[in-house]
Design a protein. Structure first.
Length: 102
């Protein structure tokens, strides 16, 4: 099972966007059920460097929410992709403004 960009969860989100909450929740539970089954005994954490909280998302996210200095490693690629899309709105000029302040 692939977690990142999972087609079942994408289908659930499409239903939510259409306003079909009931169907979105049904499909989302399908994803969650398959996740629980497949990763019952396997490592699901995508972090490349294991830390003390590796695979324990609940505590890892709580720690990052508490200190609010950065995001967990497993969320960085997703957030960077979203930031890149936003940055395209200004032809990626924010990067040069940060790197070359006047």
């Amino acid at each position: 099972m692939i977690i990142d960009g999972n087609e079942i969860e994408k289908a659930a989100m499409a239903e939510f966007h259409r306003g079909n909450r009931k169907e979105g929740l049904r499909i989302q539970e399908e994803f969650a059920s398959k996740f629980r089954e497949e990763y019952r005994e396997k490592d699901h954490c995508s972090c490349k460097k294991a830390c003390r909280y590796h695979g324990n998302c609940k505590e890892c996210v709580a720690i990052h929410r508490a200190h609010q200095e950065h995001v967990p490693n497993c969320m960085r690629a997703l957030i960077n992709r979203k930031i890149k899309i936003l940055s395209e709105l200004t032809e990626h000029t924010i990067v040069s403004e940060i790197e070359n302040p006047d």
